[in-house]
Design a protein around this ligand. Structure first.
Ligand code: GLU
Length: 487
């Protein structure tokens, strides 16, 4: 239980789609806020002018909402400590740059990218840690003036100094850094835009963030940020660095491993609840027997201590398994709505399918779906104009015993039987042929659904009705009667 009412933040850079790793960071922050009655703030870190795009920001916000990670302050919401886009806060950063400059810890650096790169390569070739050598630190006023006269615009670097930097990480325990390893770092670039480490410290302070929960890839940044907290006279927040999501080869999950963004999984038919549940499970010890946890359970069971110290290996099969569980449990109407884009994508006019019939179809096939996109594989059997026999089904129906079943089935269907009396029909066919089990059911399934596996026959029977079934059986008989072998 935190000592103060938490204010946490998720601070994405809109330079791409929402990565699973970032979605997990967002989730952990959101859970922390919701578990302990605090605020979850969304801040857009849009200072990378070449890679940032409003389209990515829009998509990221949509995906957070899709995951039901709602924010208390931020874009579209506003709040008392905004603006929540870093590019709208340049005056604020400028104010603090001036403040630091008067303290004497900041100096202008005129080094070009090429010079810095050459320096870096030189250090690496001598097996030394690549860090800024401090070349511009000792420029005289005269030398600075000369560079300015040459039209050079300086970046501003913070002079780090010596000593050890320590902090207690809420997940990883005591952390320690040697400042000498860090090197003077840029806080404001030559185009006047602040560097991440500078902007983030000012924002986290002014936005009264109490806990910074983020990936362990930011540990070195935390060291630099602590140096700035000290220089600015700000009290640092608590830090918690969780492990990263890794691919099966134990390297950081990236495009090399396959789909990595929330959007990609969303488009493939993963349900938001399954995604959220999976992101909670990965790298966490829930201490609970079951892995399927509802959102209230996740909030109740969440604790930073149980979260994210060990490596979190991404297992797509597990995510899909969870998705199948959610599909089976989902409220029918809601599931049907979620399926709508996938039904359209499969070439059906969703709004033209009669509602009650669609619910029946979804109810019949949901047990076979692992992802929502698979609905496309099952729909054709319910529409006469799209129904077709798969190769395996056609092959099976060529067998003599199968044709015996089809003959009996069409005969029984032609009799007067009440609407959807599936059991009566099957019993009559069984009696007529003397067949049971697979020998009886596989040909029926093949002829009616056009495939050898799929939804429960009884449900399909009820949805299709006698006339459509008879038509299918007769056409299957017709197609294969030429192949019939005398018994
Ligand atoms: N914009 C940073 C990122 O996306 C935020 C890191 C942080 O949480 O401080 O990695």
């Amino acid at each position: 239980m935190p000592e103060v009412r938490p204010r946490v933040r998720f601070a994405p850079s809109p330079t791409g789609e929402l990565h699973l790793g970032n979605a997990r960071t967002a989730l952990l922050n959101w859970l922390f806020a919701r578990r302990y009655g605090g605020d979850f703030i969304l801040r857009i870190e849009d200072t990378d002018r070449t890679r940032t795009s409003p389209a990515f920001e829009k998509k990221q916000l949509e995906d957070l909402k899709w995951l039901s990670l709602d924010w208390d302050e931020g874009p579209e919401k506003d709040g008392p400590v905004g603006p929540y886009h870093q590019m709208e806060r340049l005056d604020i950063y400028n104010f603090y740059l001036k403040k630091l400059m008067t303290g004497g810890n900041v100096y202008p650096c005129y080094c070009t990218v090429e010079e810095l790169e050459a320096e870096r390569i030189g250090l690496l070739s001598r097996k030394m840690t690549p860090r800024y050598t401090g070349k511009c630190r000792y420029l005289t006023e005269e030398e600075k003036r000369k560079r300015e006269m040459d039209g050079k615009k300086p970046a501003f670097r913070f002079q780090v100094g010596e000593g050890l930097m320590e902090f207690g990480d809420l997940i990883r325990g005591k952390m320690r850094f040697n400042c000498a390893d860090i090197g003077d770092f840029i806080i404001v670039r030559s185009n006047g835009v602040p560097a991440y480490n500078f902007a983030v410290v000012i924002d986290d302070h002014l936005m009264r963030i109490t806990h910074v929960i983020r990936g362990e890839d930011h540990l070195t940044n935390t060291a630099m940020q602590l140096i700035l907290y000290k220089a600015l006279g700000f009290t640092p927040p608590f830090f918690a660095h969780h492990s990263l999501i890794l691919g099966k080869d134990h390297t950081k999950l990236s495009k090399r491993h396959g789909p990595v963004s929330v959007r990609e999984f969303r488009n493939r038919g993963i349900l938001p609840e399954a995604m959220l549940n999976y992101l909670f499970l990965i790298g966490s010890s829930t201490g609970k027997g079951s892995e399927v946890c509802s959102l209230p359970e996740i909030i109740r069971d969440f604790s930073l201590a149980k979260t994210g110290k060990g490596g979190a290996i991404f297992d797509e099969d597990k995510l899909k398994w969870l998705n199948g569980v959610y599909i089976r449990q989902y409220e029918l109407q809601k599931l049907t709505e979620r399926l709508a884009p996938f039904i359209e994508r499969a070439g059906y006019d969703y709004s033209a399918i009669e509602g009650e019939r669609l619910y029946q179809i979804v109810e019949a096939v949901r047990g076979n779906l692992v992802t929502l996109s698979e609905i496309g594989d099952y729909l054709n059997m319910f529409f006469d104009e799209r129904y077709h026999l798969s190769e395996e089904a056609a092959l099976l129906l060529r067998e003599n015993d199968a044709l015996v079943v089809l003959d009996a089935l069409s005969e029984v269907l032609k009799r007067e039987i009440g609407g959807n009396a599936y059991h009566d029909v099957v019993a009559a066919v069984s009696e007529k042929t003397g067949f049971g089990g697979k020998k009886l059911f596989m040909p029926i399934r093949a002829a009616i659904t056009g495939r050898l596996s799929g939804p429960e026959l009884e449900k399909v029977f009820a949805i299709l009705g006698k006339a459509s079934i008879l038509k299918r059986v007769e056409s299957a008989e017709e197609q294969h009667s030429g192949c019939k072998v005398e018994r």
